[in-house]
Design a protein around this ligand. Sequence first.
Ligand SMILES: Cc1cc2nc3c(=O)[nH]c(=O)nc-3n(C[C@H](O)[C@H](O)[C@H](O)COP(=O)(O)OP(=O)(O)OC[C@H]3O[C@@H](n4cnc5c(N)ncnc54)[C@H](O)[C@@H]3O)c2cc1C
Length: 309
Amino acid sequence: MPEIYDVVIIGGGPAGLSAGLYGSRARLDTLIIEKSKYGGQTTTTSELENYPGSIPNCTGPSLSQRMKEQAASFGTKFVKDEVASIDASSDIRIVKCKDEQYHARTVIIASGAEPAMAGFKGESEFRGRGVSYCATCDADFFTDLDVALIGGGDSALTEALYLTKFVNKLTIVHRRDAFRGTKSLQERVFDNPKIDIAWNSIPVGIVGDEIVEGLKIKNKLTGEVTTLNVNGVFVFVGLNPLSDFLKGFVDMDEKGYILTDDEMKTNIPGVFAAGDVRQKTLRQVVTAASDGAVAATSAERYIASKFGE
Ligand SMILES: Cc1cc2nc3c(=O)[nH]c(=O)nc-3n(C[C@H](O)[C@H](O)[C@H](O)COP(=O)(O)OP(=O)(O)OC[C@H]3O[C@@H](n4cnc5c(N)ncnc54)[C@H](O)[C@@H]3O)c2cc1C
């Protein structure tokens, strides 16, 4: 007989780790399946100053490491694998990976999201050769060099400020004439002497042979194309949900975000979703952790009513 877990959690980011903590503290036999790095997107964030209690000196990687240790200390189990599908044809759900499968009374989908591409010429080809989606990972390579950053939301502004600790000069390329990011972040960006802003502009293509030597940008109002002499281009233009592997299995919106109610229930009984992968208005560590806690609590209630435990 295969082991039957009470809760199998897909994804070991903040939502999954929080669900693991709440599940195992409720004495549920809880397994987290993570295909890549525990901590998810937080492994690509620098200073994390908007998670309550996180300042001073709290980075995304350090917070998620502590989240993992905390969940493990209450008995959460971990396995490195990539989930390919869920079979919900019987009361015991089967979470299928390439070689293994895991049996579960409930499943929490916490597979998160990944940074979206901006869509300019050369973006894919120069990825890892000057084009980056992670300031924490790559800032050091651009010490004393000039870089461009595409975006204008909270993540973009936070990472821009972090990058100025390394680079000589940073130009934010933003398609509108105002940022969307939080006002306090905007003020710090405007006050930073290392930051220039190209308003109403979009990236059109990389200049360079082997590595990035420049970025062509186009002013949307005038149509003028100019070249920024930069060695790096950091892209922070939004997210895509990591839900493709569940298309057709669970209800989603047109962008692929999973639909849930306030209790994190999906349309499939005993299957819940938490964190950035679900449709919601604010995608942050604090809301992912909150979703994970709610999903695990809902899973506990479902098990009690369905299996009488
Ligand atoms: C550059 C950047 C800066 C940010 N800065 C901040 C900030 O300052 N403050 C803040 O609060 N938030 C910040 N965020 C957002 C925050 O990181 C996310 O909201 C949060 O990580 C979402 O957590 P999650 O667990 O839902 O998803 P994720 O963190 O995306 O984790 C999902 C996990 O699931 C795994 N996974 C996916 N598919 C599968 C599969 N099929 N099988 C197994 N595992 C799978 C992934 O590998 C990943 O580890 C930032 C994000 C980025 C990209």
